[in-house]
Design a protein around this ligand. Structure first.
Ligand SMILES: [Zn+2]
Ligand SMILES: [Zn+2]
Length: 270
């Protein structure tokens, strides 16, 4: 339940993974948002050099600091401060800045590559008397850092891939877990969106970019099998309108249970 919430973990800062955060906090007081300030863990800031991204429309020779989770949460709180303070003045609830705060996860070492296809050891980002949370870098194209999380508790272990192309780091993090929640994309995504190829450049670049940073539904079974998880839960469907049986039917090579995940699903670990 909401009042048991101890922390929120963001895998990466794409808007489809963050835009509901402030709504969740603003409206959460009606659903039992916990007392005190909730930590929102997520990616750390990064420095981008224009020279490394020749296709980007950045001023040549310039650098840009991309904010991390702390700055993003601070700015969300600021953006909704007028609303938050007004509601606090009426005595109905606390101000938003006292309900949550961002935490930039510390990278395991300064030498870690941001586009990680190199094998890493998972590292601990949060631990309390009920759960230990570990993370690892996964491969989500130019969006970096992109993280997967593993939650170990007395009952078992659950891993969330976040958004990623097939990743050996993800397999490493998920090894021996009970449940792997993994993103999937439809192998027919390009055809469904734009019809039969060939495609004009702008569509081809979009399609290739999407395939390069996500995992085909036909690939995810082998990933779950390599990790040796008990149950595979499919998630983050692209496109979103295909039925559950279609997604399950795309999975092969996995000997465990496959579930096409939906919002608010819950599973027993035993
Ligand atoms: Zn993403
Ligand atoms: Zn996404």
């Amino acid at each position: 339940m909401m009042h048991d919430l101890a922390a929120i973990f963001l895998t990466h800062l794409h808007s489809d993974h963050t835009m509901d955060l402030v709504n969740f906090a603003v409206c959460g007081y009606l659903q039992g948002w916990p007392d005190g300030s909730l930590p929102v863990y997520g990616p750390w800031p990064r420095l981008i050099k224009a020279a490394d991204y020749p296709k980007a429309q950045l001023e040549p020779g310039s650098t840009r600091r991309v904010p991390g989770t702390t700055a993003m949460v601070d700015n969300l709180i600021s953006a909704f401060a007028a609303d938050s303070v007004d509601r606090a003045l009426s005595g109905r609830k606390a101000t938003l800045d006292s309900r949550m705060h961002g935490v930039d996860i510390a990278p395991p070492s300064s030498g870690v590559p941001l586009h990680s296809s190199d094998e890493l050891d998972p590292w601990v980002v949060h631990e309390d008397d009920r759960v230990r949370v570990t993370t690892i870098l996964v491969d989500h194209g130019n969006m970096a850092p992109a993280l997967a999380y593993r939650f170990d508790c007395d009952s078992g272990a659950v891993v969330f891939s976040g958004d990623t192309a097939p990743s050996s780091n993800l397999v490493r993090l998920a090894t021996g877990a009970d449940i792997l929640v993994h993103e999937v994309i439809d192998p027919e995504f390009g055809r469904r969106e734009f019809g039969e190829p060939p495609y004009p450049d702008h569509q081809r670049i979009l399609i290739e970019g999407i395939y390069a940073k996500h995992t085909l539904a036909t690939e995810v079974g082998a990933i779950a099998q390599r990790a040796g998880v008990r149950k595979l839960v499919l998630s983050h469907y692209a496109p979103s309108y295909l039925p559950a049986e279609y997604w399950r039917g795309q999975v092969s090579g996995f000997h465990g249970a496959v579930h096409a995940g939906q919002d608010l699903d819950s599973f027993d670990l035993h």
